[in-house]
Design a binder for this molecule. Structure first.
Ligand code: GUN
Ligand code: ZN
Length: 443
């Protein structure tokens, strides 16, 4: 199948400078044809020079085509608890989250939940995610199967937790190790699937379990066809949590150091939040290549704190963007970017639209070591694409007309101003279509 999609193409060739609204790194190709041959992008042509008759043409002139977003931290079973009232992290886990996750012991619940979740991601414009299922092996199996069925690239793994949780949500070190080995063997590097050693957080794993997780990372860390396994966890999200970890691991210098001591920090490690870190922690992130999955809607909703992105840039260490549903309040990475901007505004700095969009596309792909395949519209990349309306609803339509010079007497604004207004006002209702590996998703 040869497809040609005509739209305004927007992606990145490299990271824009922090705080800059200049076009450095931005590849904007208004009114172009994007050529898709089978699962991959085959090139691009100007709008006035369409490809030959063997290309099926779809004219989406006046709409915006981007690489699918990459959500680096989100919980599949927590669609059941999104928007739950009244608690901070530790109460929220006990009151809402653990009861919901218990239901995923049932294979039918896990399978239906995985299908609902991945379709919801695609409907929000996200085509790749790093996902927490539950402690149950079947919940990871269900996500891998549902991602395979949709042709989606996914990174996930059975959650490790052997203490401080309800009995139905706990494993043990030997059983968990056997489950992980089996899942890695059967899924890691098969098609677009990648395995993540998934430590919920240091409070719900014993030191023995953390050591086992570190050993898995070491044993399966080699270069191989798919590269080594990933590691995902939470770190330094909430001050009560940080105090608890200090009590549980008095020998560690810091919360992050607990993971370091157990061999869990490496270039494929994704740690959600990282709000309450110090300079030594940030240097550890830098030196290990691990990334922080910044989750602004979750941090605001649970009252966790304001992530210091400027300090990350100054260190520097890697940052990606994440919804963290159900602590987070939306699967939309557009809404996530808009909230990230507000978090930085409260810290006295400004997040440019370019840094936000780069972080959710090419930046995340590079941080995950997947940029040869995803995160951009370059020739040879997988055709994971999302088509967006520039504006939805009368206020946004008016604001976009102002930005592009469509209102008489008002001078057009620059591209950054237009794109910033778009990502601030847009959400999943702006999405027109999603393609995964060149196939349009039926949603
Ligand atoms: N820390 C440990 N588990 C969780 C979780 O499910 N969500 C969030 N936001 N933080 C956590
Ligand atoms: Zn989380």
């Amino acid at each position: 199948m040869k497809l040609a999609l005509r739209a305004d193409l927007l992606d990145f060739t490299h990271a824009p400078a922090w705080g800059s609204t200049a076009l450095d790194g931005v590849r904007y190709r208004p009114d172009h044809w994007l050529l898709v041959d089978g699962p991959r992008i085959a090139g691009a042509l100007p709008g006035h020079a369409p490809p030959g008759p063997d290309w099926q043409q779809h004219d989406h002139r006046g709409q915006l085509l981007l690489p699918g977003f990459i959500d680096t931290h989100v919980h599949c079973p927590q669609l059941d608890v999104i928007a739950s009232y009244g608690t901070g992290l530790l109460d929220w886990l006990q009151t809402y989250t653990f009861p919901a996750e218990l239901r995923y012991a049932d294979p039918a619940v896990a399978q239906a939940g995985a299908a609902r979740f991945l379709d919801a991601l695609l409907a929000h414009g996200t085509t790749t995610a790093v996902v927490f299922p539950t402690v149950h092996k079947v919940s990871a199996e269900a996500l891998f199967a549902a991602a395979d069925a949709r042709g989606m690239a996914i990174i996930t793994g059975k959650v490790l937790m052997d203490r401080h949780a309800p009995p139905g949500l706990m494993d043990d070190v030997a059983g968990a190790q056997a489950d992980c080995e089996d899942l890695i063997q059967r899924h890691h590097g098969q098609g677009r699937k990648r395995y993540a050693v998934t430590v919920r957080f240091a409070a719900t794993s014993s030191p023995k379990q953390l050591a086992m997780a570190g050993e898995l990372c070491r044993r399966h860390g080699g270069p191989g066809a798919a590269g080594g396994v990933y590691m995902q966890t939470h770190v330094a999200e909430n001050t009560d949590e940080v105090r608890w970890i200090a009590q549980l691991y008095p020998e560690a210098r810091s919360y992050l150091d607990v993971y370091h001591r157990h061999g869990l920090l490496h270039e494929r490690a994704v740690l959600a939040h990282g709000i309450w870190l110090d300079a030594a922690d940030r240097a550890l992130l830098r030196d290990s290549g691990a990334q922080i999955a910044h989750s602004p809607t979750s941090n605001l909703f649970l009252g966790s704190g304001l992530f210091d992105w400027q300090a990350a840039v100054d260190t520097p260490h890697r940052v990606s963007l994440a919804s963290d549903v159900g602590g987070g309040t939306s699967l939309s990475l557009l809404r996530t970017m808009a909230e990230a901007y507000k978090v930085q505004a409260l810290r006295g700095t400004r997040l440019s639209a370019w840094t936000a969009l780069h972080t959710a596309t090419l930046g995340a792909a590079e941080a995950l070591g997947l940029a040869q395949d995803i995160g951009h519209l370059g020739t040879g990349a997988m055709a994971d694409l999302v088509l967006w309306n520039w504006a939805q609803g009368p206020v946004a339509v008016h604001r976009d007309a102002i930005a592009r010079g469509g209102v008489p007497g008002v001078p057009a604004q620059d591209l950054h101003a237009r794109v910033f207004a778009w990502l601030t006002l847009a959400d999943e209702r702006n999405r027109v279509a999603t393609w995964v590996a060149g196939r349009r998703a039926a949603l």
